[in-house]
Design a protein around this ligand. Structure first.
Ligand SMILES: Cc1cc2nc3c(=O)[nH]c(=O)nc-3n(C[C@H](O)[C@H](O)[C@H](O)COP(=O)(O)OP(=O)(O)OC[C@H]3O[C@@H](n4cnc5c(N)ncnc54)[C@H](O)[C@@H]3O)c2cc1C
Length: 557
């Protein structure tokens, strides 16, 4: 008897197989700017489908371990990680996934667009990085903070190094067991000592605990209560020998997590550990820390968008191979509609994440308008893509049938790893409350509404119902945002914060997809207009577009 053996999904080159990514790079960087990035993107892409995919697998199957004592009882606090994790570490440095926006030649070539190129690198690499994208996010956040404050230049140089032997990553120690969202309850104390500072307290979730440094929040001696009086401190993780733990630092245990299993996430005890303030300890320091948090939230959005696109690639690959009643799965109208919907969502998530990086680049180059827009766009990008990523990952597993539930296919991790995206760096609800704050301060909803109206007026969408869905959504959002801004603490407004934030996120995505569609249509490419229209009809108009998803399937992927 011949036994049937199913062919698994292949992975196409993620750069050449992603027309949306290439189109957005052409628009945001100009064709010359994109051309200047091509070699970098192609080189990384080639590694992603080859050695980095293997390294990813190795890291996933050899999770980190913690050895607290050596055979003689000496405290070592050693975290061992796999060869795959180390290969990802080296690749992150070589491909400048942290460093790019800080490199002088990248500044000269792309200006603020260096952040756009960085997002493209993350989009290609993140899903096959064994979640090394997590320490990369925190290293970038730390680098942005050190760049802004001018503190600790010797650490900054290492964070943004492209030499694997020199480059370091950073942890970010904020969460304590009594409250991750409510950091006002932080009890870690900073006390002055012989001209320096010492930290004492327990940190409950410290990802990438193998990193050389961390940025920890602590309350300086004598500072008042509340979150705003917390100050970020740089904590060297290791002693001068580079291997022993810093004096007073203990890694109590590693978390046994649902996903992100390659990442060593520790619980840490600090008992008088040496630390260096990154803001004036005599003044409220949380605002300084937000520089880091905005960066890591955007990386979170990039991880969500990248994971969704890669999940789609795997599901497409499988659909092309798998035969069901009636023929190849990829030809089945219902499966095509399912995949088409996932493609539209992946396109929306990509637009949000890319927009966030583009705004960040402009804000870092002194563009006040971009900085104001980022205030609302960053939490919207993080929370909207986080929710989309989990819903999509569940569908991707289902696209593989039972194989999607079996560990050694590699598919279940799509769902396990996606679930962290709406939790860390602020849960969906916590970010929704932040959105309420953003609506009631500064420019509020104005930049978003302006984008939406301008994009709608450009008239690229020609499908019935799109214009109506857009204008109804804009009118409702304007009214609801005004109510929320007027009394952001009223229980009715707070209760509706998540629903409002998601609607805002979907509307911003609609505007971004339409902006790109208008640009593409002028160049004879109608595909982005189709994606934008279907996003608007589904997400803003709540319409059933299944038949269109099936009919236009090939244009959506
Ligand atoms: C894999 C992983 C890695 C992590 N790595 C790090 C790290 O490296 N560094 C770090 O500092 N932290 C890290 N975290 C911690 C993470 O940031 C926190 O878990 C998260 O911020 C939530 O805090 P919490 O766990 O205390 O939950 P809580 O704050 O207790 O939240 C519990 C529930 O209450 C809700 N809630 C809380 N406040 C509000 C509010 N105001 N309004 C409405 N609802 C609310 C939340 O939405 C949630 O549903 C990590 C977490 C995970 C899962």
């Amino acid at each position: 008897m011949t036994r049937f053996v199913q062919t698994g999904p292949s992975l196409r080159d993620p750069y050449t197989a992603d027309p949306q990514l290439r189109g957005w790079l052409d628009r945001l960087l100009g064709e010359d700017g994109h051309a200047a990035a091509k070699q970098r993107l192609a080189d990384l892409s080639a590694e992603v489908v080859g050695p980095l995919r293997a390294a990813h697998h190795d890291a996933e199957t050899h999770p980190p371990t913690l050895t607290r004592f050596d055979a003689w009882g000496r405290r070592v606090e050693r975290v061992d990680t796999s060869a795959g994790w180390q290969a990802q570490r080296a690749a992150a440095a070589r491909h400048a996934v942290v460093a790019l926006p800080y490199l002088p030649d990248a500044h000269a070539t792309w200006g603020p667009g260096a952040r756009v190129v960085q997002h493209a690198l993350l989009h290609l690499w993140g899903p096959e990085s064994a979640t090394f994208s997590c320490p990369v996010a925190m290293a970038d956040g730390a680098a942005a903070l050190l760049t802004q404050t001018g503190a600790q230049p010797q650490w900054l140089a290492r964070l943004v190094s492209t030499a694997p032997a020199v480059a370091v990553t950073s942890g970010q120690w904020m969460t304590e067991s009594q409250g991750g969202s409510d950091i006002a309850r932080s009890t870690t104390a900073a006390r002055p000592d012989a001209g320096g500072w010492r930290l004492t307290g327990d940190k409950w979730f410290c990802s990438a605990i193998d990193s050389a440094m961390a940025v920890a929040l602590a309350r300086p001696e004598g500072a008042g209560p509340g979150s705003r009086n917390l100050v970020p401190y740089l904590v060297p993780r290791y002693a001068a020998d580079g291997a022993s733990p810093a004096a007073g630092l203990q890694v109590l245990r590693l978390k046994d997590k649902l996903g992100t299993r390659s990442v060593p996430t520790g619980e840490v005890r600090l008992d008088g550990v040496e630390a260096f303030p990154l803001a004036d300890p005599a003044a409220p320091g949380l605002a300084t820390m937000m520089t880091l948090v905005v960066v890591t939230r955007l990386h979170n959005a990039a991880a969500a968008a990248g994971g969704m696109r890669r999940g789609l690639e795997y599901a497409l690959g499988y659909a092309a191979e798998r035969t069901i009643a009636g023929g190849v799965l990829a030809d089945n109208p219902l499966h095509r509609a399912t995949l088409g919907g996932l493609a539209v969502d992946a396109a929306g998530a990509f637009a949000l994440a890319m927009h966030g990086f583009a705004l960040l680049g402009r804000a870092e180059h002194g563009d006040a308008e971009a900085a104001a827009e980022l205030r609302l766009a960053a939490p919207l990008a993080k929370l909207t893509t986080g929710r989309l990523a989990v819903a999509s990952a569940s569908e991707y597993l289902e696209c593989f049938g039972g194989a999607g539930y079996v560990e050694d296919t590699g598919i279940p991790r799509l769902l396990r790893d996606a679930q962290v995206l709406p939790i860390w760096e602020g849960t969906t609800n916590v970010l929704s409350v932040d959105v309420l704050r953003a609506l009631s301060g500064g420019d509020g909803i104005a930049p978003l509404l302006h984008r939406l109206t301008a994009a709608a007026d450009a008239g690229t969408h020609r499908r019935p119902g799109v214009a109506e869905a857009l204008s109804a959504a804009a009118a409702r959002l304007a009214a609801d945002a005004a109510t929320a801004a007027a009394d952001p603490r009223s229980p009715r407004v707070v209760a509706g914060a998540r629903e409002l934030a998601l609607r805002l996120g979907h509307a911003l995505t609609a505007a971004l997809l339409l902006e790109h569609a208008a640009w593409a249509a002028e160049r004879g490419d109608e595909r982005p207009a189709l994606l934008a229209s279907l996003w608007i009809l589904r997400r803003l108009g709540q319409a059933d577009v299944s038949a269109e998803l099936h009919e236009h399937f090939n244009q959506l992927i």
